[in-house]
Structures are given as structure tokens and as C-alpha cells.
Design a protein around this ligand. Sequence first.
Ligand SMILES: Nc1ncnc2c1ncn2[C@@H]1O[C@H](COP(=O)(O)OP(=O)(O)O)[C@@H](O)[C@H]1O
Ligand SMILES: [Mg+2]
Length: 374
Amino acid sequence: MATQSGALLVDGLTHSYGGELAIQDVSFDIAPGEIVALLGPSGCGKSTVLRAIAGLIQPAQGQIMLAGKHLGGVAARERGIGMVFQNYALFPHLTVEENVAYPLACQHVPKAARKERVRELLALIQLDGFGRRLPRELSGGQQQRVAVARALAASPALLLLDEPFGALDRALRFDLQVEMLRLQKSVGITTLIVTHDQEEAQSLASRLVLMNKGHVEQIDTPSTVYDRPKTLFVNSFIGQANQLRATVVETKAESAVLKLDASGSSLTLARRLDYAVGVRIVLTCRPEQVSVHAAATATSLPARLIVSVPLGPTLVHDLELADGTQVRASQMRSGAAFVPSLGDQVHVTIDADHCHVFPVHSISPSELNKGAKL
Ligand SMILES: Nc1ncnc2c1ncn2[C@@H]1O[C@H](COP(=O)(O)OP(=O)(O)O)[C@@H](O)[C@H]1O
Ligand SMILES: [Mg+2]
């Protein structure tokens, strides 16, 4: 299928709405044919970035280049960009065929070529034979595929998807994500997908651009973002992260010792830590890195089990440490050596090798757990 793909370069995008900064110094790139996800909580500026790339708003600052061409000053319809919105925005009074053909008609593509292209696109989205229907005669998932076909009709160099599965239920979303990946690969088009759903981003994209409050926090592959988060925000937004307050008490070339507020006990990290003795830190660990035991060990912290919830193959425990800090642990249900009961006094250990450490002075208060004692 004759769709071009081009590299996208976004450099230093900044934009305000009526004096309120919505995005600040946003930079990232996408390789030709790559699919990248712009991920972050609602209101962090994802759609603003997309609108600036599409040419629907003029950013106050920054450059956008597509396939080696500067887009500043290029009108939206001249940019060679296809876009799909959350609500699909199909024309309700036009048939599926007419919807898909619309961008071609705007470009005055001759009727025979238009017809051929529409036939090709309907085959691609596996809706041959649906051409004469109106959007309201299709399911949500089918309408979404028609919106994608329409976005691809004029062979754009870049496909922008803004929360394209947002209006669909969970089971259908997964099927459509798989379908979207198949389409994207078969067309080979450079794609930027916006989502607030971390699982969706991880399953679709080769790299994630993590946004928070208008700026970029980290750009990496899904597994790097999960395993090596650069900030506490990224750590907590992708998956779950327990937070424990501690102080650095000893640093060596290859190890460091922390004193945990929750128990007054120490935890040794078998790696170098570049913070001075006395620095206050937040130590984070995933629920799967916390284990629960009946008896105390040299490195365990006393805890009380508050609630346990079975979740598929795992059992999730919410525990309270001596100082009131809440910690979540997850264990596999099958083959568990010890399964605690509600109200039990238990002992938890933390896998120190997989903990992350963030100095308190680098953290904005909104990212700390409620009731944080700094
Ligand atoms: N047209 C607009 N006028 C004024 N403020 C806006 C407008 N669009 C978005 N905003 C504000 O800009 C910020 C970023 O919005 P948006 O880019 O839509 O975020 P997201 O897509 O991540 O949810 C939000 O604070 C939002 O309220
Ligand atoms: Mg949005």
C-alpha cells in the first residue's frame, strides 16, 4: 500500500492557553515506521502536543519536522498527516465509502482512483462489503476502523491517534489494539498514539514519551521505563510503587546503607549511591518485590495485614508498617510457602536489589503518598 512514512522531530514545543502554560519544552523524535506513545495523566498536555503537530494550533515556541521538512507555516491540510480522534468524528450523514473517500475528494483525486483506493482501504480494515452503510449502522469498533481508514486515505507520512480506544469497553479495546498494530505494521506508517492508559501504551508502542504537567519526564522503551524509572512520577505512574521514607547513613564505592523511618532498621543496597550521608530519600519497590513471612529475619520489618485480595494468579496484600506506612505486597497464589490471615502480625522483606531511590528534594509534594512524613 502506497503510504509514505517519515521521521518526526519535535523540538522544544511550548504552548499556553490564555496565559496558562499547557506544555513546556517538549522534545522527542519518532523513526520512520515507528510507533511511539505519548503517555500521561489527563490534562498533562498530550492533546496539545498532537494539535500542534497536526497544525490545529500554532505553538508559541518550538520546531516540528516531518520527513526532513519544517512544518512551521504549513497549513494543517498540507502537512501530510492523518488523525484519528477519540470520538472518531465520522460524518454521520455520509456512508462508510464516502467517509473514507472524503480526504481524497478534498484533494480532487479522480473518481476511478478514489474508488480503487477506498476498496483497498476497506479490505485493509476488513470491512469489505460495509461501504454503503452509515456510521450509525456500525459497532463502535467498526467505526473506529473506518476512522483509521479515512486517516490513511490520502497516504499521509504520519498517523496521529488521540485516545483512539477511549470510548470502547475493555475487552474490545484489546482486540482493536491488536488490529491497530497489524494495520500499522502492514502500512508501515510512522505513528504517534496518545493515551492515559499505561497498559495500552506498553502493548502498542516501541517507545514511550512520559508526560507530567506539561513537560516530558522520560523517553524510553516500555521495559526500561518500568525497570529504570528516572523519576518518582514515572515509577508510580507505570505499575505500582510502594514508598518508604529513609535516610542515607553510609555510602561506599559499591554499596550504601539506608535507615528506614518505618522500623528504624537498616537496609543495605549492593550498589553505589550518589547521595551524601544524611540525605532524606524515598525508597520505592514494586509489590512483587515485597514478601511476607511468619517469622522475623535479620532484615525484616514488622507489619500487620489489613486486607488481601485475590487478583488472577496473584494474591495482593495491603500491610501497615509500625509507623503507619502502607505497603502493598503481591505473591503467586500457587506454591506460596506462607499465606497470612487478616489482622496477623507478620514480617515483610524488601528485595533491595530492585528498589529505586529518589532524594526528597527532587520530588514535588503531589507525588508523595498521602500522610507523608518528610
Ligand atoms: N482550548 C483550550 N483552552 C484553554 N485551556 C485548554 C484548552 N485545551 C486544553 N487546555 C488546558 O491545557 C492543559 C493540557 O490539556 P490537554 O493537552 O488537552 O491534556 P491531555 O490531552 O493530556 O488531557 C489542561 O490544563 C487543559 O485544561
Ligand atoms: Mg487529551
